[in-house]
Design a protein around this ligand. Structure first.
Ligand SMILES: C[S@@+](CC[C@H](N)C(=O)[O-])C[C@H]1O[C@@H](n2cnc3c(N)ncnc32)[C@H](O)[C@@H]1O
Length: 265
């Protein structure tokens, strides 16, 4: 069964639709728009801007930015997954100023000093060598241009349940499926260490519905069972508790995002 950690190499997954549905569910969370707006503000996005979205997924932010920068602006979106890029191209059929290509964030296919701003949302969670990827983003950003990173902190996950100790265990298991589950809190340090100037930091909290919690937890916890870190019974009892809370109209889950920007000196 697919699990969240596979975002690092999802073309190897036998179920690419799991990840497309995952991103669509997050896109339906009302406050994700505020996370994205916060990145656009930190990027100083304006009419005519030339922008790169690294790890663009199925293209929601890139398509949105294409409208914001107008016909004289351009957006490039890159993602390591051919499945995601195919989906992004399909969704952007009627948008003329956005281009998508399959590419690894470790080696961006652009010359130095190309973009007014570069951004990356919910990708560093899955990246082993974050310093290398950030330095690649800086390389392709113009002098005085902006680099913006947004990540969730998986350890900020709060889920209402009848057994908060089990919930702590389950959320820790889900977090551990990512290479950098605490990426959100590490972003300010990473951009300062990379030498960027005028660092801005914003925090946004979002809540996601039961359908997303189940989609994320079920796949990821089944992998944790295979790893021997939790029993099938524990997972079933915990998920049943959440289902009964949802049936009573009381489901609640929240996350904290960190949005960090900096200027290339
Ligand atoms: C959680 S999704 C986020 C997608 C999009 N940024 C969004 O906010 O909707 C993570 C994305 O990062 C991509 N990714 C993971 N490792 C990558 C790498 N080394 N280079 C480029 N993209 C990568 C995945 O394929 C996936 O589409």
């Amino acid at each position: 069964m697919a699990q969240v950690g596979e975002f690092a190499q999802l073309d190897l997954s036998d179920n690419p639709r799991y990840f497309i549905e995952f991103l669509d569910m997050v896109d339906r969370a009302p406050k994700i728009k505020e996370v994205r707006n916060s990145t656009y503000k930190a990027m100083d996005l304006a009419l005519g801007s030339h922008v790169l979205d690294v790890g663009c997924g199925h293209g929601t932010a890139a398509i949105e930015m294409a409208r914001l920068v107008g016909v004289h602006g351009t957006i490039e979106g890159v993602d390591i997954s051919g499945d995601m890029i195919a989906e992004a191209k399909m969704r952007a059929q009627d948008v003329s100023n956005v281009t998508f290509r399959t590419s690894d964030a470790y080696q961006l296919p652009y010359a130095d000093n190309t973009f007014d701003a570069t951004r990356m949302e919910r990708v560093l969670l899955y990246i082993k060598d974050r310093e290398r990827v950030i330095s690649e983003m800086i390389r392709v950003t113009k002098r005085r241009g902006r680099v913006v990173l947004a990540d969730v902190d998986f350890e900020s996950t709060a889920i209402f349940s009848n057994d908060h100790l089990q919930t702590r265990k389950m959320t820790a298991l889900i977090a551990d499926a990512c290479v950098n589950p605490t990426s959100g809190r590490e972003l300010p340090y990473l951009l300062r260490a990379a030498g960027l100037e005028d660092i801005s930091v914003d925090l946004q909290a979002i809540s996601t519905p039961y359908e997303f919690c189940f989609h994320l937890s079920n796949g990821t916890l089944r992998s944790a069972i295979e790893g021997g870190r939790v029993t099938p019974q524990e997972v079933d009892i915990w998920l049943q508790d959440l289902a009964s809370i949802e049936a009573a109209g009381q489901f609640f889950q929240s996350w904290v995002f960190t949005i960090v920007g900096g200027v290339v000196g």
